[in-house]
Design a protein around this ligand. Structure first.
Ligand SMILES: Cc1cc2nc3c(=O)[nH]c(=O)nc-3n(C[C@H](O)[C@H](O)[C@H](O)COP(=O)(O)O)c2cc1C
Length: 405
């Protein structure tokens, strides 16, 4: 099916250079190969001091290029790789290799491939703090950014030298996440802007306490990730700080009112609005200025009705029916009956009824059991699936229905 995992069947050239972080490249190669990517590893001579080529060959089931001057079937391996690559990832990227790439030098398989390929590039620098902060390295990084390279910024943390500081390579999952973003650019949602809300809202009682619900934000995150992987420009409006996803705008909010403001602000720009957040129906009528004290006795919590993000978004879009609006209905009983009622009441384009009472489904889980109700009253009942798969099925529906409205 088109537009699913953007890594599947794609050629990824992975350049490994002489850093102690070279072992992390094995995790990157393994993850991409498991996702169905055709991973061609290129190594500098120094990289082979840290990890044996055999490791990469075993993980990718493909030959590893370590010597520019040894032909493979009478072909120049690094040139073959540079032509077939859909993306080039240099991870870890040493200060030395970064300098070579900036200057256009080409005396090892990694730098020669980088100079020759037309594929977009990603660098994951790894080095000790002094090397990273050196103006020479910083100037080279800037040069490469200006030429269109993406950079998985190194983080602060424990370094191989024993010191703690900036220069530690980004985690393999983060590098893989950026590869998804890069390979997804030509997907079936390219050119569309999708706004997704995620997580349970937090309605403050006093400066330290709030009312909330069990929503983990995982479903909304999965939708944002799937949409990005299919080429959409994505804005994620979230109450929770799940591991950040590359290549999307994230708006952090807490209360339903903040979420409503963020949604309405983006409404005119959005092609699709997916309201996956669990917005609290009620909020404390009063917000105490100071922390409520135990010694003052049990407080009486008076609630008032909260803003309705879905209703306001629908009212603001008016008759234009843009953006296409998807709403979620979390139900613990009478799933279809309640969802049908909401579909009729809400008057939006797609309602996703979410069985949060089912064992292993819904809040906090990586799986979800949903039924989608679409205009005309027909429905699509999905089995219990990983949330990322539910997200893709939902986007399939949006694409199919979006072209009809
Ligand atoms: C144990 C050890 C660890 C090293 N780690 C790094 C590193 O993390 N980052 C870096 O830029 N250089 C590191 N170096 C230095 C590089 O290996 C050196 O600059 C080498 O010339 C890089 O070659 P390459 O970029 O062609 O692979 C390390 C050297 C040694 C001996």
């Amino acid at each position: 099916m088109p537009g699913r995992n953007p890594v599947e069947g794609r050629h990824i050239a992975l350049g490994v250079t002489g850093s102690i972080a070279a072992y992390k490249a094995a995790a990157i190669a393994s993850a991409l190969a498991q996702e169905g990517g055709l991973v061609d590893v290129l190594m500098t001579p120094q990289a082979t001091q840290f990890v044996a080529p055999l490791t990469f060959e075993a993980l990718t089931h493909r030959p590893v290029v370590t010597d520019m001057f040894r032909l493979s079937n009478s072909e120049i391996s690094h040139v073959v790789v540079s032509h077939s690559a859909d993306v080039l990832v240099v991870a870890p990227a040493t200060a030395h290799t970064i300098a070579k790439l900036a200057l256009g030098l080409a005396d090892d398989p990694v730098s020669a491939t980088a100079l020759s390929t037309r594929a977009p590039g990603l660098l994951a620098p790894a080095m000790e703090t002094g090397m990273w902060q050196n103006p020479a390295t910083q100037a080279h990084i800037q040069t490469l950014r200006d030429r269109g390279w993406l950079v998985a910024d190194p983080v602060s943390g424990h370094l191989a030298s024993g010191a703690t500081g900036e220069g530690r390579m980004a985690e393999p999952e983060q590098v893989v996440d950026i590869v998804h973003q890069m390979l997804g650019r030509s997907g079936d949602l390219a050119g569309r802007h999708i706004v997704v809300t995620a997580g349970g809202t937090r309605e403050p009682i006093d400066p330290v306490r709030y009312l909330s619900n069990r929503s983990s934000g995982k479903m909304g995150h999965a939708i944002a990730e799937a949409a990005r992987d299919r080429g959409a420009a994505v804005t994620l409006i979230a109450t929770v700080a799940l591991p950040p996803l590359a290549g999307m705008e994230v708006v952090a909010v807490e209360r339903a009112e903040e979420m409503r403001d963020a949604v309405l602000h983006l409404l005119n720009r959005a092609d699709v609005l997916v309201l996956a957040a669990a917005v609290a129906d009620f909020r404390p009528a009063q917000l105490a200025d100071q922390k409520l004290k135990r010694r003052d006795g049990v407080p009486e919590l008076v609630l008032s009705t909260n803003v309705n993000v879905l209703e306001e978004a629908k009212a603001q879009r008016g008759a234009a029916r843009k953006p296409f609006i998807v709403g979620f209905a979390a139900e613990t009983e009478n799933l279809l009956g309640n969802a049908r009622e909401k579909f009729a009441k809400w008057g939006i384009d797609l309602v996703v009824a979410n069985d949060v009472a089912l064992e292993g489904s819904g809040f906090g889980s990586d799986l979800n059991k949903v039924t989608m109700l679409r205009i005309g009253g027909d429905m699509v009942d999905l089995p219990l699936l990983p949330k990322i798969e539910v997200a893709h099925r939902l986007l399939d529906e949006v694409i199919a229905l979006g072209s009809k409205v």
